[in-house]
Design a protein around this ligand. Structure first.
Ligand SMILES: [Zn+2]
Length: 247
């Protein structure tokens, strides 16, 4: 492969585009806003799961509370009937009266116990309901944040996409103007090395890998024809000679 110096110089432009394109791709893959949005989404998912769990607890407690209410009502109703019977004066048998009074006492005790249960369940239900309110508020706030950040991320990605498309188009146009064999060599090196396939030879140094050429190799370079393709011994990139190469 041989190429005139001005053609070789175009490889530096191509390398510049490749560098830009890899920077754009890196930026797209590592957007801090996207990372933040993903973290917020994780938090939102966790809060949503916690909210569902808390809502389940509330509905369980409401059922338990209704059951406790019904139990209290039942005992109260039985006591009311017993009291009515006692007050009616229709029972004269002392043994029966005593039994009835005992039952009223034990019903009163039972009612107090059930009312304690009722109260305890009610307190737990209130606690659970306030946990639901807090979680629901957090979920709303996070949802808003996630939505706002998603819009920001979408905007940034659209800008990056536009820049990428533009760079890519310019690169394609540039590559099309290059001799196919030179381009093929460049692409092969680029694939092998990653990044770019050509580097400036600047002040005795390869700008691709920063290696300084030993004097013997520099001498060989001085002898090389202008249209010869020179490769860096270290990174194998095509070395582009300029006025400042120090040759
Ligand atoms: Zn090199």
């Amino acid at each position: 492969v041989k190429a005139e110096p001005e053609v070789q110089h175009q490889l530096l432009d191509l390398a510049q585009h490749d560098l830009h394109i890899s920077q754009i791709l890196h930026r797209r893959a590592h957007l801090p806003e996207a990372k933040q949005a993903a973290e917020l989404q994780d938090r939102l998912d966790r809060i949503s799961a916690e909210l569902i769990a808390a809502e389940t607890i509330v509905s369980d407690l409401i059922r338990e509370q209704n059951r406790a209410d019904a139990d209290v009502d039942q005992v109260r109703e039985r006591a009311r009937k017993d009291q009515e019977l006692l007050d009616s004066g229709t029972i004269n048998d002392p043994k029966q009266l005593q039994n009835l009074q005992h039952e009223l006492q034990s019903l009163a005790r039972r009612q107090r116990e059930l009312e304690d249960v009722e109260l305890e369940v009610m307190e737990r239900a209130e606690g659970a309901a306030s946990a639901v309110r807090v979680l629901a508020e957090q979920k709303d706030g996070l949802t808003t944040e996630v939505n706002e950040l998603s819009v920001v991320v979408a905007g940034l990605l659209a800008d990056i996409e536009e820049e990428f498309t533009r760079e890519q188009a310019e690169r394609v146009a540039l590559a099309e103007g290059l001799p196919p064999d030179l381009l093929a060599l460049y692409e092969k090196i680029r694939t092998d090395q990653g990044g770019v396939g050509a580097a400036r030879f600047h002040r005795g140094r390869c700008e691709g890998c920063q290696m300084e050429l030993p004097p013997t190799e520099r001498e060989a370079l001085q002898q090389a024809a202008a249209d010869a393709i020179i490769r860096c011994e270290e990174c194998r990139r095509i070395l582009i000679r300029t006025d400042e190469s120090g040759l």
